[in-house]
Design a protein around this ligand. Structure first.
Ligand SMILES: *[C@@H]1O[C@H](CO)[C@@H](O)[C@H](O)[C@H]1NC(C)=O
Ligand SMILES: *[C@@H]1O[C@H](CO)[C@@H](O)[C@H](O)[C@H]1NC(C)=O
Ligand SMILES: *[C@@H]1O[C@H](CO)[C@@H](O)[C@H](O)[C@H]1NC(C)=O
Ligand SMILES: *[C@@H]1O[C@H](CO)[C@@H](O)[C@H](O)[C@H]1NC(C)=O
Length: 142
């Protein structure tokens, strides 16, 4: 399930940004439990897969086929798998950094997904329990 989600991420992001026809710089927020494992899967430390996000965005930036004319930059925060910290970081990313989309927050996302939804920010969590996926993947009508 986890691998499936990670593979799906770039496709969902592309789908989100593809609707813009003129060149834009998008900011993507990454909420990641950097040195804290996701409780349900003891080996899922963010530090092991965080660089993949950066590489994926760099690949999209460099590509003349993926989102031509658009550029993606990344802001990230360590959630430490903590509900309140994740929400605080999401508030920072949405209202201070003005992110266009959020990847994460991985551990707990019911409240964060609601905030993203009311603010019309697409949010994709890359790891969650089966029931949580329902709450974690919010695609507001933009
Ligand atoms: C995006 O950012 C780059 C580098 O900062 C800049 O050269 C470019 O003009 C920006 N593009 C848009 C559409 O704002
Ligand atoms: C993508 O390109 C933009 C504009 O040139 C730059 O600001 C940003 O840092 C790049 N993002 C990554 C992940 O390399
Ligand atoms: C993107 O392009 C830069 C500059 O050409 C290069 O240094 C970097 O390795 C490229 N990144 C990827 C992920 O291909
Ligand atoms: C998020 O990260 C930025 C940049 O490192 C930092 O300034 C900010 O305090 C962090 N916010 C939270 C709530 O973690």
């Amino acid at each position: 399930m986890t691998d499936f989600h990670i593979l799906l991420l770039p496709i969902l992001l592309l789908k989100t940004f593809m609707t813009y026809t003129t060149g834009r710089n998008f900011t993507v927020g990454l909420l990641i439990p950097y040195t804290t494992p996701v409780t349900s899967s003891a080996d899922l430390f963010g530090i092991r897969y965080a660089p993949a996000s950066l590489l994926a965005l760099e690949n999209i930036n460099n590509s003349t086929h993926l989102l031509p004319g658009h550029h993606l930059s990344l802001v990230w925060n360590d959630t430490k798998c903590d509900r309140n910290l994740a929400l605080k970081a999401l508030i920072y990313q949405i209202y201070e950094k003005r992110v266009d989309a959020v990847i994460g927050p991985a551990c707990h996302c019911e409240v964060g997904a609601r905030l993203a939804n009311v603010e019309n920010i697409p949010m994709i969590s890359y790891v969650s329990g089966v029931i949580q996926i329902f709450y974690c993947t919010g695609f507001p009508a933009k």
